[in-house]
Design a protein around this ligand. Structure first.
Ligand code: PLP
Length: 382
């Protein structure tokens, strides 16, 4: 039986159309975009067309996009580049950020470069914006704010408008890690009051190993990596041409199919949530609509039968996760922050390729594990 993949927040399968778009640049069109010859010109054109395509879909200018090797690198460039450029001495963020932000801020703190202020988060994973405002109002040092758009473990989202407006009021720079939301929502970057945002292709059916940083015009970001003058001098290193082409194709498809994909995924997620609630599970994260529709994190009481559920699901051919793939094996600081670390938590994350029979099968297996009963025609759960 084919495995059921419900770990799309970790990574998504590459779309066949994306692979097809990439293939020429992995084979005969192998040129280096910085080379002056014909091979180089073809590669350069592919990179710049991809940049134009992504910029158009985000309502921004191509010159504001910097291609990177992943979302982690884009977050590092945003934080380290801005801290260096603006002599930032204090960064306000939370302890539930992805490790690419959190560990970067810890590192900068250990080096004595910044003070890392961690806002409180409530039980749904929302940062305390009143506290944010009180920090900004104290006028202490050169400050920037970094808050993730959607949490990768529980899906809770912040309102970029609300946070951006607060930051603008206090003339503070605002970076948002949008790795889990870019490609899952249409965005008009000419309107959102944010200075820096990040993207990673493998979260929306693009290839791994390619990401992007978007920056507000004339931000004056400084480079963090020495080398050549690639990416308008913003990021040294030969561009991953096939990866960039693939990211643009995947992003184009994500925006093209947004309505139908989001509707389809929302239906599957609701069905799974309702089925699991009947088995005594509770949903973590935001209780209102302000959450990422691709992520459903459910908590079960820590009893003998639920202890090995993750493993049992894997054996049964179902891929889910307990939290962030980047921190597997470690206690989740996100679940601890929302006081849910005493439960057995499972993150289900969906993509356009998941189907209804898969959800029924997952429910069937979980029901069997928890109460020893299978779902039958006489005993339907959904
Ligand atoms: N930020 C968030 C919220 C993520 O979920 C991830 C990946 O899981 C990253 C950043 C890092 O992206 P990448 O895997 O491309 O380095």
């Amino acid at each position: 039986m084919k495995r059921i993949y419900l770990d799309n927040a970790a990574t998504t399968p590459i779309a066949p159309e994306v692979l097809e778009a990439m293939m020429p640049y992995l084979t005969e069109q192998f040129g280096n975009p910085s080379s002056p010859g014909q091979e180089g010109r073809i590669a350069r054109l592919a990179v710049e067309n991809a940049r134009k395509k992504i910029a158009g879909l985000l309502h921004t200018s191509p010159s504001q996009l910097v291609f990177t090797s992943c979302g982690t690198e884009a977050n590092n460039l945003a934080l380290r580049g801005l801290i260096k450029a603006k002599k930032i001495t204090r960064v306000i963020s939370t302890r539930i950020e992805h490790s690419s932000v959190y560990n970067t801020l810890c590192d900068l703190t250990w080096q004595g470069q910044i003070e890392f202020v961690q806002l409180n988060v409530d039980r749904e994973g929302r940062p305390d914006l009143k506290e944010l405002e009180s920090y900004l109002a104290d006028g202490h040092g050169h400050t920037m704010v970094s808050l993730m758009h959607a949490n990768n473990e529980i899906g809770t989202m912040i309102d970029l408008w609300e946070v951006g407006t607060i930051c603008s009021r206090y003339k503070t720079f605002f970076h948002s890690d949008t790795v889990q939301t870019m490609g899952h929502f249409p965005m008009n970057l000419s309107e959102i009051p944010v200075d820096l945002m990040t993207m990673s292709a493998h979260k929306f059916h693009g290839p791994k190993g390619v990401g992007m940083l978007w920056m507000r015009k004339d931000l004056g970001l400084q480079v963090i990596q020495t080398g050549g003058s690639h990416e308008n001098g913003m990021r040294a290193g030969t561009e991953n041409v096939a990866g960039i082409v693939g990211m643009a194709k995947a992003f184009e498809m994500a925006m093209q199919y947004y309505q139908q994909d989001s509707h389809h995924i929302q239906q599957l997620s609701t069905l799974l949530q309702e089925g699991l609630e009947k088995l005594g599970a509770i949903r973590h994260g935001s209780k209102n609509d302000h959450r990422l529709y691709t992520v459903l994190n459910m908590g079960l009481p820590d009893i003998e039968r639920s202890k090995h559920l993750l493993l049992e699901l894997d054996i049964a051919g179902i891929s889910v996760s307990a939290g962030s793939a980047c921190n597997s094996g470690k206690t989740s600081k996100v679940m601890a922050a929302i006081h849910a670390d005493q439960m057995i938590n499972i993150r289900f994350s969906f993509s356009r390729y998941n189907q209804l029979p898969q959800i029924n099968r997952v429910l069937d297996i979980i029901q069997y594990q928890l109460i020893g009963e299978s779902i039958t025609a006489e005993n339907p759960l959904v």
